[in-house]
Design a protein around this ligand. Structure first.
Ligand SMILES: Nc1ncnc2c1ncn2[C@@H]1O[C@H](COP(=O)(O)OP(=O)(O)OP(=O)(O)O)[C@@H](O)[C@H]1O
Ligand SMILES: [Mg+2]
Length: 488
């Protein structure tokens, strides 16, 4: 309900005036032209630890400590207001009452009547303390961001850069001033810009961070620097997205180490392979060489001549097969255009048919269970057949006394899982991770090349799948091939 001042009697009006003055959270003093205090409100008495009797009717010089009067020039200012009849606003004053910690006030001097001014003092100690605390936290956060070795930047909702830390300055060669206001996507190469924009759009409507690798284009590096980015939505107090915080790590160092590692792995593999090739090709070549020596002898019989020629032919074929396999092994990827839709169940059935004869000779029972009739993969059926042929042959070799070869095919979450289990010798635990290495073999010299499983590994990888082995030595082995299901 609003108060109608016209209806309030004179005495009540004064009472109301004092009640109001006492209720406000600021200190109020009325001062006359001789700089005596005419009246004060309760707040001033409380803050200054004084009572009414030793304040009202006293000169200002007795009410305020002399240091304050000197520092603020309060008396002169009050005189000025009396002369000019104009208020003085928002001046700072530090006030210390006996036994009470220092407080900070903003004061105003307002002309009220010809012979009265009002000194209004607002205690801002708590506000100052809080804003100093906020500034301290801000300074702390800023120094954390500034001293980070990763790029830390923030953008508005459209992707315009708001802040850009010193790691960003150092990596990009752009100062925070130069980067400010530019679109973040403009630091990406033309072909990445669109995907970066899409990610940005996603972040703006989600609560979760997003990770991606993009090049950062810089004035001094036209090719860009590869950076791993983490984008997070920036929320305000009402959980509204107001922009993004983007943290980026320079991958150059990691790439360099990876490259070095790959290089050294390549060299090791090359060493292993060179040894293997030498070993494997030397045998057929030695046979060819001695057969050729016999051929040079004019006295050999026609039959022996024929036999030597045959030996040369078969051994050259052997050497050529090894080289052919090695070349296939060295191919790291298949051309997409070579890949067609292949029904894996047909591949498995056809390959098993080639095995039935040898299996029955060795008293091996074949069990084949298919979950679905048609299992589609993208690939090259000849190569897939080679994979399973190698795996089946290994299993058959591992069961010289007979046993069971079981093949099961399952489809789980878009993956086809083929398990080829045998009841043969099994693989010693220490060898499980070696059987896919080129030239690793337990076959006697001149039999297995030890390339079978390494070729399988390479072909399966080319088909974007994986291959692994499980075994307990003496209890058979299982080779597990996983390939991505192709939904036609
Ligand atoms: N099912 C299995 N049971 C037991 N050991 C196996 C089985 N499959 C593979 N191995 C082991 O892994 C080794 C490597 O197999 P891989 O097929 O690469 O070469 P290989 O069969 O010896 O020779 P290649 O296949 O080149 O004629 C084998 O020599 C054998 O010791
Ligand atoms: Mg083999």
């Amino acid at each position: 309900m609003m108060l109608d001042f016209k209806k309030v009697p004179e005495n009540d009006f004064e009472l109301l005036y004092h009640t109001l003055l006492d209720a406000i959270p600021s200190s109020v003093l009325m001062i006359d032209k001789s700089l005596n205090v005419i009246s004060v409100n309760r707040n001033f008495l409380l803050k200054s630890q004084r009572n009414k009797a030793d304040t009202v009717g006293r000169p200002l010089a007795q009410v305020f400590p002399s240091v304050i009067l000197e520092n603020t020039g309060l008396e002169n200012r009050i005189r000025t207001v009396f002369q000019s009849n104009l208020p003085i606003n928002a001046q700072k004053m530090t006030y210390r009452a006996p036994g009470v910690p220092i407080r900070i006030y903003y004061y105003s001097i307002l002309p009220i009547q010809k012979n009265q001014v009002m000194l209004l003092m607002e205690d801002v100690t708590e506000q100052m303390r809080l804003s100093e605390e906020v500034r301290r936290v801000e300074r702390h956060l800023a120094s954390v961001v500034e001293s980070a070795s990763d790029i830390v930047l923030s953008t508005d909702i459209q992707g315009r850069i708001l802040t850009w830390n010193s790691a960003a300055e150092k990596l990009s060669g752009l100062t925070a001033h130069e980067a400010h206001g530019q679109f973040f996507f403009d630091f990406c190469s033309a072909h990445q810009k669109q995907s970066m924009r899409l990610i940005f759009k996603q972040i703006m409507s989600s609560n979760d961070p997003h990770t991606a690798e993009f090049d950062l284009l810089t004035p001094n590096n036209g090719n860009g620097i590869l950076i791993s980015w983490v984008f997070s939505p920036m929320k305000d107090d009402y959980s509204q997205t107001v922009g993004a915080v983007v943290v980026g790590r320079d991958l150059a160092e990691r790439r360099k180490l990876e490259l070095q590692l790959r290089q050294s792995q390549k060299l090791t593999a090359l060493g292993v392979m060179a040894g293997g090739i030498a070993h494997e090709i030397r045998n057929p070549l030695a046979v060819c060489s001695s057969a050729a020596q016999f051929l040079l002898d004019d006295n050999i019989t026609a039959d022996f001549h024929k036999e030597c020629s045959k030996k040369i032919q078969t051994n050259l074929q052997k050497a050529s097969d090894i080289i052919k396999n090695l070349l296939r092994f060295s191919r790291s990827s298949l051309d997409d255009t070579d890949m067609v839709e292949v029904d894996l169940s047909n591949v498995l059935k056809e390959t098993l048919e080639l095995m039935t004869n040898q299996a029955s000779v060795q008293k091996i029972r074949i069990e084949f269970s298919l979950q679905n009739e048609h299992i589609l993969v993208m690939g090259i059926s000849g190569l897939l057949q080679q994979v399973f042929m190698n795996i089946f042959l290994n299993a058959i070799h591992a069961m010289p006394e007979g046993g069971v070869l079981s093949i099961t095919v399952d489809t789980v979450e878009g993956q086809i899982i083929v398990r080829v289990a045998d009841t043969g010798t099994g693989i010693p635990a220490g060898e499980l991770d070696k059987i896919f290495d080129p030239f690793h073999t337990s076959s006697p010299a001149g039999h297995g090349t030890g390339l079978g499983l390494s070729i399988c590994y390479s072909i399966v990888r080319q088909h974007l799948g994986s291959i692994r082995a499980e075994s307990s030595y003496g209890e058979g082995a299982t080779i597990i091939v996983t390939l991505p299901y192709h939904y036609s």
